[in-house]
Write a protein that binds this ligand. Structure first.
Ligand SMILES: Nc1nc2c(c(=O)[nH]1)N[C@H]1C(S)=C(S)[C@@H](COP(=O)(O)OP(=O)(O)OC[C@H]3O[C@@H](n4cnc5c(=O)[nH]c(N)nc54)[C@H](O)[C@@H]3O)O[C@H]1N2
Ligand SMILES: Nc1nc2c(c(=O)[nH]1)N[C@H]1C(S)=C(S)[C@@H](COP(=O)(O)OP(=O)(O)OC[C@H]3O[C@@H](n4cnc5c(=O)[nH]c(N)nc54)[C@H](O)[C@@H]3O)O[C@H]1N2
Ligand SMILES: [Mo]
Length: 717
């Protein structure tokens, strides 16, 4: 009897259960956290899901979403077959067609747009799913278009670029060797529950924890020795103020600064403009708590910092705020030092695993020319640093046709609700596109606007390549057959490469061959990986990362140093006004005219993570939806009293560009003046409240977590 068979017998006495336990992974959240799952399968259906105890990443643990994986896979609105639009765009009227017909239509329509307007008029876009991206990215380039774009235009790329132009690369917290953890907008339990173990261990060793957040969270309650309940969008000022305290009090590691950094004098002059009293006023924090935080971080080292993938950079001053925080780690000699922040290059799909793959080469070695990608003209720093579209400009480009028209979108997992002014985007797509093809697992609001919809299968119905920290690699096997007529995204792309006869033998040879190409040199092939239903240790992997390599060999910046003053930003045309120093400015600076200030007095933070939801994809999962049945905004109790709002009231949340109706929940976890609202609901899409041009000029990122709004009670009819 195999171990898995024993497991069933132990759980369900009697041998003839007809149940098989098969292993796969849960792909509901980002690939940084894809947990191993044991699926109990009976008669071709998953009847139970548990975390895989032997899995080197999650060791049997599952989060709220993972526990609802079965519910997610069997969502009622799964797409079943390819469908061709027969009604108006947005109406949702389709007829079922065969896969062969669908492929023929795609080949013909994309070919026609390419012939008429040029290949760049076709954009290849993806939402939050990452697993198929290398294939889609290459497909886009081989087709001849430069316009490959993903949710990276709103997710973590801003942070990645800010790291790159400051230190040449990013660096993660070395929790295992730190004495102090600076959890700058770290809420662990909600967005990355497995990371909490590192904080727990640090505390158990007597380490200290500082949490800086705009809301009380389980992390701030359970672990913070110091909790800085900061005013939203003011982190840049706090980081510069902490820099000043560290310099003035002689807590800086000046030997490190002199040896490894560039632009210190200019940085010091910038910090000098942020004395304690001023920082206290901007951030709403007491002078003593700012002082104590700076002192603890700088004098109880080694100290490591958590950098949120998105929370800070979702403010229009967030790119610089992130840079200012990273500067603190060089100022205190904690960058590339044990117990500080240690660089660890990604192996595959953003995940560091201690070895290299040829993913980047696979994606980029067929780059088709010199045209400028969507968003490049407005965001030159983005263009210089990140090889994707900055799709926050998609709406403007669709509407104006400038600098060139976008006439077709071929998208996988694209959700228009990710974009500010969603309704305008959908309208612009309806009015300006000749062809919109969307592949998704579910029948979404965006799918209703597509001309052709293709059904994708889920992670448990496909095989996929994945790397894990610790030096692991896996290639999963399907645990059930694809539901209905759904197919794996990568099979769809490779089928199309053949049908369209793209000039790329590798793509045409299929996903597994492409994976073999990318992992060549690591000592294992897809066939080797498939022999195991658990991740396999890669022989050449070196884990954990050894600190000090960059200090020894030089930073990957123009000066070879850690750049307080960024030479990469200095290289950008000065007419864009991008400052090479991490300057602070108001996160509402484009909304501060007296009228807007008066009419929209609240600070709206959207999408701060909660345990039961991942973007739009989980709101229709019954178990998860039951944890918060209504779209709900959180309002501070004092504000609620003033406005006469009670828990559960229906309110209108509105901004200069839109309004939604939601339930109101009273809370003391946020300061007066702030409102929290989750994104991704069809019936209450908060991104319709966010103006399309409320963007960070460095990254092009929208101010999802920082903009003006107002709220009023709606009388029930
Ligand atoms: N207001 C506000 N907006 C935000 C954010 C915020 O905090 N506030 N966060 C931003 C961030 S950080 C991100 S990452 C984005 C994410 O935003 P989105 O990309 O909108 O994320 P999802 O809605 O989870 O997923 C997109 C689509 O992928 C589909 N999908 C799921 N699995 C598969 C699959 O295997 N194959 C295919 N083809 N499709 C699949 C889902 O059904 C869904 O329709 O949202 C951004 N938007
Ligand atoms: N459950 C769940 N987990 C997720 C996701 C999800 O949708 N749901 N999405 C995944 C994705 S795509 C991403 S990008 C990551 C994001 O992961 P995180 O960055 O951890 O997510 P957030 O909860 O948006 O932000 C972290 C904290 O920042 C705080 N914050 C907001 N504004 C400010 C501010 O101005 N200053 C300070 N100091 N703090 C602020 C929020 O209150 C929150 O507690 O999460 C991933 N994990
Ligand atoms: Mo994200």
């Amino acid at each position: 009897m195999t171990d898995l068979e024993k497991k069933i017998v132990a759980k369900i006495p009697g041998e003839d259960t007809g149940i098989e336990v098969k292993r796969s992974l849960c792909a509901i959240c980002s690939p940084g956290h894809h947990c191993g799952v044991d699926c109990y399968v009976k008669d071709g259906e998953i009847i139970r899901v548990e975390g895989t105890e032997e899995h080197p990443y999650n060791h049997g643990k599952l989060c709220t979403k993972g526990s609802a994986l079965r519910n997610y896979v069997y969502r009622k609105d799964r797409l079943k077959t390819p469908m061709l639009r027969v009604g108006e765009r947005g109406e949702g009227k389709f007829k079922e067609i065969s896969w062969d017909e669908a492929y023929q239509i795609i080949a013909e329509k994309l070919g026609k747009v390419k012939e008429t307007y040029g290949a760049n008029s076709v954009a290849f876009l993806s939402g939050y799913c990452k697993w198929y991206r290398p294939i889609l990215h290459r497909f886009c380039h081989v087709f001849g278009s430069v316009n490959f774009g993903t949710d990276d235009c709103t997710c973590s790329a801003s942070k990645v670029i800010a790291d790159k132009v400051t230190a040449g690369c990013g660096a993660g917290p070395d929790m295992a060797h730190a004495n102090t953890f600076l959890g700058w907008n770290y809420e662990g339990y909600y967005s990355s529950h497995l990371s909490v173990a590192g904080v727990q261990k640090l505390k158990a060793r007597g380490g200290k924890v500082i949490i800086i957040d705009i809301r009380e969270t389980p992390a701030s309650k359970n672990y913070a020795d110091l909790f800085l309940h900061i005013n939203p969008g003011t982190d840049g000022a706090l980081a510069l103020g902490m820099g000043k305290l560290i310099i003035d009090n002689g807590w800086a590691d000046m030997e490190y600064v002199e040896k490894y950094t560039y632009g210190f004098e200019q940085y010091k002059a910038l910090c000098d403009a942020y004395p304690l009293s001023k920082v206290s006023e901007i951030t709403g924090l007491k002078e003593e708590e700012i002082y104590e935080a700076a002192k603890l971080y700088a004098t109880n080292g080694p100290a490591c910092t958590n950098y949120s993938a998105s929370a800070l950079v979702h403010h229009i001053n967030g790119f610089n705020a992130h840079r200012a925080i990273v500067c603190l780690s060089a100022l205190t000699g904690n960058f590339d030092r044990a117990g500080g922040n240690v660089p660890n290059p990604p192996t595959y799909l953003h995940k560091p695993a201690g070895f290299k793959t040829r993913e980047h080469e696979f994606r980029s070695n067929r780059y088709p020319g010199t045209a400028r990608r969507i968003g490049a003209e407005k965001f030159p720093l983005w263009e210089a640093q990140f090889d994707e579209t900055q799709s926050m400009e998609l709406l403007n480009q669709l509407e104006t046709g400038r600098p060139y028209p976008i006439k077709a979108i071929f998208a996988l997992g694209m959700n228009a609700k990710m974009y500010p002014e969603t309704d305008h985007l959908l309208k612009a797509m309806s009015e300006n596109l000749d062809f919109f093809c969307l592949t998704d697992m579910f029948d979404t609001m965006t799918a209703k606007y597509a001309d052709l919809v293709l059904p994708a299968c889920s992670s448990v119905e496909r095989g996929e390549l994945k790397a894990y920290q610790g030096g692991y690699l896996t290639f999963t096997k399907p645990v059930i057959k694809p539901l209905y007529e759904s197919r794996s995204d990568v099979d769809i792309l490779c089928d199309l490469a053949r049908i369209m006869d793209l000039d790329d033998e590798l793509l045409k040879s299929g996903y597994e061959k492409c994976c073999d190409w990318m992992i060549e040199g690591c000592g294992l092939t897809v066939a080797d990986l498939k022999k195991s239903d658990l991740p396999v240790k890669v022989p050449i992997a070196k884990w954990p990362a050894v600190p000090g390599k960059i200090l020894e060999n030089g930073f990957k910046t123009k000066t070879g140093k850690f750049e307080f003053y960024s030479t990469a930003i200095a290289d950008i045309d000065p007419s864009f006004g991008l400052d090479p120093l991490p300057v602070y400015y108001d996160s509402l600076r484009d909304q501060n005219d007296p009228e807007t200030k008066e009419n929209y007095p609240f600070y709206l933070c959207t999408g701060a993570r909660l345990a039961h939801a991942v973007h739009s994809r989980t709101h229709e999962v019954p178990w998860l939806r039951s944890l918060r049945p209504d779209p709900t905004c959180e309002v501070n109790g004092e504000d609620a009293d003033r406005l006469g709002l009670k828990d559960g009231d229906t309110v209108e949340l509105y901004s200069p560009v839109g309004a939604i109706r939601v339930k109101c929940q009273l809370t003391w976890k946020i300061k007066p003046g702030t409102i929290l609202m989750l994104h991704g609901y069809d019936e209450a899409n908060v991104n319709n409240l966010i103006p399309r041009n409320h963007l960070d000029p460095y990254s092009g990122y929208p101010g999802f977590k920082g903009m003006r709004c107002n709220i009023r009670k709606v009388e029930r009819k």
